[in-house]
Design a protein around this ligand. Structure first.
Ligand code: HMG
Ligand code: MG
Length: 296
């Protein structure tokens, strides 16, 4: 039984642009964000407050927040107390934290083991919830790790359990390097939906092996109706070798609409947003719906 509507969480301005070889200017990022809002995107990761030494592409997080049009749920990604404080000072009302199920990946991404990250995050999340801030927990390497291989579903579930116990509003569960299959997607998301009925469950698929749309369909069948995606299929984590972009928002929106599932997003205007950012990213955008849009 499929839902009548689904929510897209656009991550292009963050996951998409954090991995770009050349840094995109603040002005072009802001134009991209604005055109995504105009296409009807209601939830978006705008930027991340991370170390500019680690991810120079996101060094302008403060300027993005100061100049962005306020609309819908605007998320910013933060790894630690410094990032959370900077995000709140910038006016963010929704914060995304991130941690890897795999220790090796977490070390490479955040320079801490998974447990060290969780110990540091616990008091921060409890405080954020006391202050009424929306908390999204991004779970990296939930299926596979580029260093450790297959991840046990019970390890992903127990990490998620901790975030839920601390009051997180949303779990965004990620196939960081695009290795999950539809069977794994269906199984893990079924377990998550059953274990955490009161929390928003979101699926975050990278499309490295072109299985993301199939994985989304499998997650839909497991009851998931929230999907992270990136306009133009931009994206990837600089610390996850072999990871390419997120599944393309235009292809997800098209698939959902064709199946009678509403998203509130206008496909043509979404492609206009892709067209705005395309000149400033390193590779030509080559997603199914964008190609059709340009050739028509
Ligand atoms: P570290 O070097 O261990 O941290 O890095 P540190 O505390 O020693 O700080 C190093 C320097 O960074 C210091 O500056 C800090 O002040 C500064 P210095 O004194 O040397 O001038 N610093 C910061 N600056 C701005 N904002 C901050 C911040 N924190 C410290 N928040 C750290 C640890 C976590 C900072 C670093 O590892 C880091 O920034 N990592 C971020 C990596 C990242 O952004 N990865 C991509 C996002 S996650 C992702 O893409 C996956 C996801 O999409 C889901 C999926 O697909 O799996 C979400
Ligand atoms: Mg990602």
């Amino acid at each position: 039984i499929l839902p009548n509507s689904a929510t897209i969480i656009e991550v292009g301005p963050r996951d998409g642009l954090q991995n770009e070889a050349k840094v995109v200017s603040t002005e072009h990022k802001l134009q991209f964000i604005e055109s995504l809002q105009q296409a009807g995107v209601q939830e978006m990761e705008l930027t991340s407050f991370v170390s500019p030494k680690w991810v120079p592409q996101m060094a302008d997080a403060k300027d993005i927040m100061a100049n962005v049009e306020k609309s819908g749920r605007q998320l910013v990604l933060t790894p630690n107390e410094k990032g959370i404080n900077a995000a709140l000072e910038s006016g963010a009302q929704a914060v995304a934290v991130f941690v890897g199920v795999s220790n090796t990946f977490n070390k490479k991404n955040i320079n801490k083991t998974t447990n060290e990250s969780m110990e540091a995050l616990k008091p921060l999340i409890l405080q954020l919830k006391q202050d009424g801030v929306f908390v999204r927990a991004c779970i990296s390497t939930a299926f596979h790790c580029p260093f450790e291989g297959a991840i046990k579903p019970e390890d992903t579930l127990s990490l998620c359990r901790q975030f839920v116990d601390w009051g997180a509003d949303e779990l965004s569960v990620a196939d960081t390097i695009g290795m999950a299959t539809p069977v794994e997607s269906y199984q893990l998301f079924s377990q998550l939906k059953e274990a955490f009925p009161d929390v928003l469950i979101t699926a975050h698929f990278h499309d490295t092996r072109k299985m993301a749309l199939a994985n989304i369909f499998a997650a839909l069948q497991a009851g998931v109706d929230r999907f992270d995606s990136s306009a133009g299929g931009l994206g990837g984590c600089p610390f996850a070798p072999g990871a390419t972009g997120n599944v393309a928002t235009e292809d997800v929106v098209n698939m959902l609409h064709q199946m009678g599932i509403e998203t509130g997003i206008d496909l043509d205007r979404l492609c206009e947003a892709v067209q705005k950012i395309e000149p400033y990213v390193s590779n030509p955008v080559d997603t199914g719906m964008y190609r059709l849009y340009k050739n028509r």
